[in-house]
Design a protein. Structure first.
Lengths: 410, 498
């Protein structure tokens, strides 16, 4: 059994930022465990630009963004394992790792969960029809094209307007494929407005809202899909079905935080976010196990992942110093209009960043924070959109003397 | 035994669980056997698309697949028992009938239990009484088929995959000539084990009138996280005259739960689609018995097709046809092998070999080896063994499929096997890679690369399930690459001059 101060599971955007932040705060006995044969995670396949606008004030590609952190990890000589899969995690903060060297046990004082997320698949959303080849989740197609140099198809229908789907619609067009359309089940897109403009409209790719795939054809390779328009209640509008000949269906229908290890360690998860329930510094239900990035909640932009990782490290350092004492436990209570909040609980009076997503798009909204019946903060929002995470900071003075924290959208 | 000029003593048409069981049974004798299978692997028809239940035999007469066979072939087999759950008072009478029928078929241990006992056995199932059958077991239908085939192959049977029978001619010397897309075969015996297409194959040569009605059943597969919800197979009380056993809940060998199958006569024998209507029905049935299960637990759906002799107007189960053709000597038909075909595959094989043995006096193959070893599953080993395995072969230390924890070594073993996996689906059935909750999101690309390297394939040649199921259309920007190669690229200075 090897002992470590901090073990970070996952060497992607969140894990790297957390490692660098730990090191900057003087915690040097760190180990990053990464399953791929490179650091940087999914950023490596995101070769489009637009990363780093908030964090570095410049537009970088995914690999460039990752490289900035990888360089820091290298300069600081932070240890990492590649090609290594964590296959076990216990509440006692023991980690079991498998790689070609063997099977090793580690124990750490702090574990940072940074495993990212996975894509929702066809099975999970239950699209009826045949089972041919040529159905890919957008991220798998992205990896095939950008990292493996393979082409996945020629005539493409994209289902779901998540950001990766939009980016892949553009990517495939640039590679010479015909992207026939992007169909979105909801009456609004689940991608960022800038991606809709830059990836679809600039390339004349139609976005069909309130449309979904209701049938898939093809014995060997996919030969076509049937799309239909959906009514207000989500039912298929009669007569709206039409067949589209294509050889590929790309799915961009949501991301699921990858919490299989968390579950194994009996960490309490939030049903809505799919990530662990955490306090104001990302600490899960098990003291000393922290969580950040997409494994905690799915982010829209990577800059926020890095910022979140750096932010939770404050708590990590306090924990290591024995200063993270639970003063009380207040549940953040959600009211109308909000889908989720992170953190779910507060254990101390500290400057705290709250992340929210709304249930549906709207204009001129206010997020109201209340201590019992007393309003302690109002945040005005010109526009809200489920695709865009809302982040609101409350200072420790605003949270002073809090008994019950209720948040609602009006 | 080597075949001369593609002549075999016996040609088996169809590499499903029954065809493979017959092949293995015949390999116990000195007989030249060939199995012709139209797909890229064995077991892709009915055999891999069912609940994987080894019935105890109270619904209908059934042979039993002996646990011993599974042991010989290193195939998982687990006796977990079954409860048929009544939710209405009038259904209890049906339970009693079932019990009587089962006892007549000499099924042991059947008992009717009340709601308290049901609650104890299955705390999450809604019901007022149940018939409990401790003898019912589960196996892996595809692993069993693959194991039978591998063992038959090892004992001298030839397998011809991607080989579709076009027609059969009875020759003057009383042999058969079987024309396929892969050339001609001749044989003294033909065994028609073509499942859904057994009627078509029968009509190729004989005058026997059979008709197979395809009857589709759709299933859901649930995440392993749900495995704690049930302990036994959970069945509803079958409806009188129904063509299936009703939507049931099957814990699989691998700890998923299957919900299904539905029961719907369809037109095309190859229409394995799933449908909105049935998916809805499965959800409703689930809510009736197991309200704890939610749609979020579903990781996949699929369908299988029963080869029914009974037309939809009549329904029910008809006896299997296992007999020599009345009009053509040495042509043995197996018609309408539906549920419990998996459980009965072994006795069926013995019966078929018995038919031949009566006419030929087969001499035993003294080299027959009944044992077959499956792929060692890294995940199921204890820690000491795991460490030793990685030391012995570092490929065991490379976990390719994270959800099911399948190592690169296991993938390679699936590929480097005499029967060999050449497609993603073949690897999936053999190793479980891609069967987990991410459905290959992480490992699919890695497995495609392993396949490509193993067989030196071009990207277009990697398939999901053989034939036309290619996964990639080529390299990225292949046109541009070609153009670049043709034209000499301008250097930067030259570019500036232009």
């Amino acid at each position: 059994m090897q002992e470590k101060e901090v073990i970070i599971i996952g060497g992607g955007a969140a894990g790297l930022a957390a490692a660098v932040a730990c090191h900057q705060k003087g915690v040097e006995d760190i180990l990053i465990i990464e399953r791929a044969d490179y650091l940087g995670g999914i950023l490596n396949q995101c070769i489009h630009d637009g990363f780093g606008l908030e964090k570095f004030n410049t537009s970088l590609t995914g690999p460039e963004y990752a490289q900035r952190y990888i360089n820091k990890v290298a300069n600081k000589k932070i240890p990492f394992l590649l090609n290594s899969m964590v296959v076990g995690l216990t509440p006692q903060k023991e980690v079991v790792v498998v790689n070609s060297q063997g099977l090793q046990h580690y124990r750490a004082r702090v574990i940072i969960l940074a495993m990212g997320c996975r894509e929702r698949t066809r099975g999970a959303i239950n699209i009826p029809g045949a089972r041919p080849s040529g159905i890919y989740t957008a991220g798998v197609a992205q990896e095939l094209i950008n990292l493996k140099n393979y082409m996945v198809g020629e005539k493409i229908v994209v289902l779901g307007s998540g950001d990766i789907g939009l980016i892949m619609a553009r990517r495939l067009t640039l590679e010479g494929a015909k992207v026939i359309m992007v169909a979105e089940k909801l009456p609004y897109s689940s991608g960022l407005p800038r991606n809709i403009n830059q990836c679809l409209y600039d390339f004349d790719i139609p976005l069909l809202l309130s449309h979904t795939v209701v049938d898939i054809e093809g014995n060997g390779r996919l030969s076509g899909v049937t799309i239909a328009q959906l009514g207000k209640r989500g039912g298929i509008i009669t007569g709206s079905k039409r067949k589209i000949t294509c050889d590929t269906l790309l799915l961009s229908v949501g991301l699921i935080p990858e919490n299989e290890l968390s579950r194994e360690a009996d960490i309490v998860l939030d049903n809505i976010t799919g990530g662990p329930q955490v306090d104001e510094r990302g600490q899960t239900s098990i003291p000393g196990i922290f969580s950040c990035g997409n494994v905690l909640q799915v982010h829209d932009i990577v800059d926020n992942v890095s910022l979140e990782a750096e932010y939770i490290v404050e708590g990590v350092v306090e924990y290591l110093e024995g200063k993270l004492n639970k003063e009380r436990e207040i549940k953040v209570e959600l009211r109308n209009g909000l889908r989720y909040v992170v953190p779910q609980t507060l254990i101390r009076v500290k400057d705290t960043i709250f992340s929210f997503r709304v249930n549906q798009p709207g204009e001129k909204k206010v997020i109201v924070f209340e201590n019992g019946k007393k309003v302690i903060k109002k945040k005005f929002l010109r526009r809200v959109n489920p695709a865009e995470m809302i982040r609101v900071k409350l200072s420790s003075s605003e949270l002073e003397g809090i008994k019950r924290l209720k948040v609602r959208l009006v | 035994m080597k075949a001369i000029n593609n002549h075999y003593d016996v040609v088996i048409i169809g590499g499903g669980v029954v065809g493979c069981a017959i092949a293995r049974e015949l390999s116990k004798y000195k007989v030249n056997v060939a199995v012709l299978e139209k797909e890229d692997d064995v077991g892709w028809g009915i055999s891999c698309r069912n609940s994987g239940v080894v019935h105890a035999g109270f619904n209908y007469k059934s042979g039993t697949l002996r646990a011993q066979l599974c042991q010989e072939l290193d195939v998982p087999y687990k006796k977990i028992g079954k409860v048929v759950v009544a939710q209405k008072k009038e259904e209890i009478r049906e339970l009693k009938k079932l019990k009587a029928q089962g006892e007549k078929n000499k099924v042991e241990g059947l008992q009717i239990i009340d709601s308290t006992e049901l609650k104890r056995l299955e705390p999450n199932v809604k019901g007022i009484a149940a018939l409990y059958s401790p003898e019912t077991a589960i196996t892996s239908p595809y692993l069993l088929t693959i194991a039978l085939a591998e063992n038959a192959l090892r004992n001298g049977v030839s397998f011809f995959l991607n080989t579709k029978v076009k027609n059969i001619v009875k020759l003057k010397n009383s042999d058969f000539r079987i024309n396929t897309n892969k050339g001609e075969f001749t044989s003294s015996y033909v065994i028609n084990s073509a499942g859904l297409y057994s009627d078509r194959v029968a009509h190729m040569v004989g005058k026997d009138k059979y008709r197979i009605y395809p009857c589709r059943g759709e299933y859901y597969v649930l995440d392993k996280n749900t495995s704690w919800i049930i302990n036994h197979l959970i069945y509803p009380v079958p409806k009188v005259g129904a063509s299936g056993l009703g939507v049931h809940f099957t814990p699989t060998i691998d700890k998923n739960i299957l919900i299904g199958p539905s029961n719907e006569y369809i037109k095309q024998k190859d229409n394995l689609s799933t449908t909105f209507q049935i998916m809805k029905l499965l959800s409703t049935e689930t809510q009736k018995f197991l309200p704890l299960i939610s749609s979020r637990d579903i990781i996949r759906s699929y369908s299988g097709i029963r080869a029914k002799q009974a037309p939809s107007s009549e329904g029910g189960f008809w006896d299997f046809v296992i007999e020599e053709s009345n009009s053509v000597n040495n042509f043995i038909n197996l018609i309408g092998i539906e549920s419990p075909g998996l459980a009965s595959s072994q006795p069926i094989a013995k019966k078929v070999v018995g038919i031949i043995n009566k006419k030929e006096e087969l001499s035993p193959n003294s080299n027959f080896n009944p044992l077959r070893k499956g792929i060692l599953r890294f995940e199921e080993q204890d820690e000491k063994t795991k460490k030793a395995l990685i030391k012995q072969d570092p490929d065991y230390g490379e976990i390719v499929c994270r959800c099911e924890k399948v190592t690169k070594k296991e993938i390679l073993e699936a590929i480097n096997n005499p029967l060999g996996a050449r497609s993603l689906i073949s690897i999936k059935y053999r190793t479980r890679a891609m069967m987990g909750r991410c459905q290959g999101g992480y490992c699919q690309i890695r497995i495609m690369e392993i396949l490509r390297e193993s067989f030196k394939l071009s990207p277009q040649e990697i398939t999901l399930k053989g034939n036309n199921s290619y996964l990639l259309t080529g390299y990225r920007s292949s046109k541009e690459n070609k153009l670049c190669k043709k034209k000499k690229l301008l250097s930067l200075e030259e570019g500036l001059l232009v």
